[in-house]
Design a protein around this ligand. Structure first.
Ligand code: XIL
Length: 372
């Protein structure tokens, strides 16, 4: 390691400890709540160019197979606008494996088939994640020493990636390994049973399962936590130094209408400085306040325009901050406001409204992309 690198690591570690305070984890599932049917007017300047053509990089959405099957308007938007897809839930461990060595690939395969039929890229989400509701019961009760946990993890990664080999171009190998204060997340079965190097082990297993797949580390909160974005950058540098085959950084970007362009750019810059690919992997812009939601909030033109500004800022910052060869793409966490994970209070987080019409947000994205 060069002296410069040692100084850089030490500096980043220092920043980690001085970083901003933890913010509430907003990655939880939300039960259904009140909805609102009023929609502010569609954009005044319609565009004929779909997002995938306006952008110089792939644009995608997280999808649900049931909607692809049963909701023609939903499927049509995806076909028209997107050239990349992610399974919102169907490639999580809880969805794929009900017992060790037993797999159910049907629903994930539906998404893969839809993508193949329409010439779209598939991004795999996710091989290793700590979240309780993403882990099958058999993993939560798995009894074995460290070696047994490693063997089980390697076996799972090998089996899943082998099934999707040649069909899934890239994977989130590990999701959310860090806390907002930049420390390692310890409320994680992989960390508890294997230790910090579960990360290296997972990436090595992924590389040997599919030498062609592009391998990502994915996380949220880097736009509001400097400590977290620095911790991730330090770890990525360290992984590269150790020869761990990490090739990309996924920034979830579950942002709000108040998120500033400065914060977005700082997050993107930290990821871009690793030299790896940068994927905005789960973009949505909450209108309600996720930490203190208003159950009676109404969707007004003013709020819609604030959201438009945040979407526009993200796409501008991506263009301005991430060098073109590192632009892996931008993926929305859904398609339309009627089918979002942000549903335990009213919200309208996506670029298409409940009637599948493009919103001001869509217009803002097009403006940033130069489509209009
Ligand atoms: C969410 C899904 O959108 C929900 O439907 C599910 O109930 C919970 O998971 N970060 C991630 C995604 O990496 O996998 C999460 O997806 C949203 C937060």
């Amino acid at each position: 390691m060069t002296v410069k690198k040692i100084y850089a690591l030490a500096f980043c570690t220092l920043l980690m400890f001085c970083g901003c305070k933890a913010k509430e984890d907003n990655s939880g599932a939300r039960p259904k709540g009140p909805t609102d049917t009023e929609e502010p007017g569609a954009p005044e300047t319609p565009t004929d160019k779909p997002l995938k053509e306006a952008a110089t990089y792939p644009v995608g959405s997280a999808l649900t197979p049931g909607l692809l099957r049963n909701d023609q308007q939903y499927a049509d938007i995806v076909k028209r606008e997107m050239n990349s897809v992610t399974a919102e839930n169907e490639m999580k461990m809880v969805a794929l494996s009900s017992a060790r060595g037993t797999y159910t690939f049907d629903k994930a395969d539906e998404i893969v088939a839809f993508a193949a039929d329409n010439g779209m890229r598939v991004h795999g989400h996710v091989l290793v994640w700590y979240r309780e509701d993403a882990l099958p019961g058999w993993v939560k009760t798995f009894a074995g020493d460290r070696d047994a946990w490693i063997a089980m993890l390697e076996e799972y990664i090998r089996d899943v990636m082998t099934h999707f080999k040649g069909k899934v171009a890239s994977w989130d190998v590990v999701n959310e390994a860090f806390n907002d204060d930049g420390t390692w997340r310890t409320d994680c079965v992989w960390y508890q049973n294997i230790g910090q190097d579960y990360m290296d082990i997972a990436f090595a297993a992924a590389r040997s399962a599919d030498p062609e797949a592009i391998l990502f580390y994915n996380d949220y909160g880097t736009e509001y936590s400097e400590a977290k974005r620095n911790a991730i950058a330090v770890e990525i540098e360290a992984m590269k130094f150790r020869g761990v085959p990490v090739q990309g950084v996924g920034l979830q970007m579950h942002i709000s209408r108040h998120t500033t362009k400065n914060n977005l750019a700082a997050s993107l810059r930290a990821a871009a400085e690793t030299g790896l690919l940068v994927h905005v992997s789960e973009l949505d812009v909450a209108i309600n306040d996720i930490n203190n939601p208003d159950p009676n909030l109404a969707y007004t033109q003013t709020l819609a325009n604030e959201q438009k500004a945040a979407y526009k800022a993200l796409f501008e910052a991506y263009k301005e901050t991430v060098p073109a060869p590192q632009q892996f793409g931008v993926t929305f966490w859904g398609v339309d406001d009627n089918h979002s994970w942000l549903t335990n209070y009213p919200d309208w987080p996506l670029p298409f409204d409940r009637n599948y019409e493009p919103k001001p947000a869509y217009e803002g994205i097009q403006e940033a992309l130069g489509g209009i």
